[in-house]
Design a protein around this ligand. Structure first.
Ligand code: HEM
Length: 333
């Protein structure tokens, strides 16, 4: 526990770790960062960031979807939405990855090294965010840190809980979307007839994004603690037990989905649980969908001849139960 003091201090205040009434209060405040006006301003940031990253590789004829795009894109977008200074954005992505790696790899043999890195990341991250909150409290702008800080100040609340909520939003926004992009490219390239359908009819992008989330769910498990003895599906669960909810498995449940193993970008209805059920339902669902729609649309428009790189191996990640994605996905175009 000594090794991860900072990590625990920061994580234990996040709303994702809370039950009502604390969760209800924190979630209402966090919603203030997602106003219609703010959401409208994000589209430009998303398109511009996606184009900038593709400009870097456009003339190469090949790229790694992970290292050249997905592991940077959502972090850069959310950092800009938060108004994090440009010089700190690369650090922020590193910190999110270090915290996510530790969080997602409880059984790993490298756990001590991961813990050390995650703890340092939590300390540095929290210091930067606290400093930004203080600045924006004095001089608010239109970025998300300002919106959240003003919401806390207007209610006369102590700002002590806010850095943790900001870090939750930053981490949740980065890690999941970073995995969904390669999962989606991989699914489309493995199903050329679906890819072709989407290329011929780009308006199918909305159902295609939902199907990608269902088919290769980037957050396949979420965890809960039983507050009382329960019986679910004939299994007895004792109070205090940790329960892993298999969202990825639920998204392939044949009782819910016709031919769940078929990747069908026109699937309808598609009531997947990729954003989780219940009160912790993904807060960033609007941003996630905007990013994914823009990213896939731009990829297909700018790289129409996109295909797996026959000379290189894709590397699916096997170190985590919590985040399902790729460490590398080389393509040619
Ligand atoms: C494809 C992209 C995404 C997926 C698949 C995803 C999935 C999820 C899931 C499964 C949860 C529930 C976790 C749990 O119950 O333990 C969740 C919660 C959350 N997500 Fe997302 N997410 C995505 C993108 C985003 C983005 C872009 C943001 C922020 C802008 C975000 C912010 C959050 C937050 C703050 C929570 C916690 C909500 C709460 O505790 O009430 N997510 N997300």
């Amino acid at each position: 526990v000594n090794l991860i003091q900072n990590f625990i201090r920061v994580n234990s205040k996040m709303m994702i770790e809370k039950d009502p009434p604390d969760h209800t209060r924190l979630r209402k405040l966090a919603n203030q960062g997602f106003t219609t006006r703010a959401i409208e301003s994000w589209q430009y940031i998303i398109q511009n960031t996606t184009d900038r990253l593709l400009d870097n590789v456009q003339n190469h004829g090949s790229m790694d979807i992970v290292s050249d795009l997905s592991v940077i894109l959502p972090g850069l977008i959310i950092a800009e939405i938060f108004g994090v200074p440009e010089t700190q954005r690369a650090n922020l992505i590193e910190w999110a990855i270090d915290m996510g790696t530790f969080w997602g790899a409880p059984g790993s043999s490298n756990i001590e090294e991961y813990a050390r890195k995650a703890d340092l990341a939590a300390a540095q991250f929290s210091e930067l965010i606290s400093q930004l909150i203080e600045e924006r409290g004095r001089q608010p702008g239109t970025d998300m840190i300002s919106l959240l800080t003003v919401a806390y100040q207007e209610q006369g609340l102590n700002l002590e809980e806010l850095p943790s909520q900001c870090m939750l939003i930053l981490n949740a926004a980065h890690l999941t979307t970073a995995d969904l992009i390669p999962n989606g490219v991989n699914a489309l390239l493995h199903h050329p007839e679906q890819l072709q359908k989407l290329q011929e009819n780009p308006a199918l992008i909305n159902p295609a994004v939902e199907e990608i989330i269902r088919f290769d769910t980037p957050a396949p498990f979420v965890f809960r603690v039983a507050k009382q003895d329960l019986t679910i599906g004939g299994k007895h669960i004792l109070k205090g037990s940790v329960i892993a909810l298999g969202l990825g498995a639920a998204n392939h449940d044949p009782a819910k989905f016709d031919s769940p193993e078929v990747f069908n970008i026109m699937r309808s209805p598609n009531e997947h649980l990729g954003f989780a059920p219940g009160i912790h339902f993904c807060l960033g669902v609007v941003l996630a969908r905007m990013e994914l729609i823009t990213c896939f649309t731009t990829l297909l428009r700018r790289l129409p001849n996109l295909r797996f790189d026959p000379d290189k191996q894709a590397i699916p990640r096997h170190t985590s139960l919590v985040f399902k994605g790729f460490d590398s996905l080389p393509i040619k175009f």
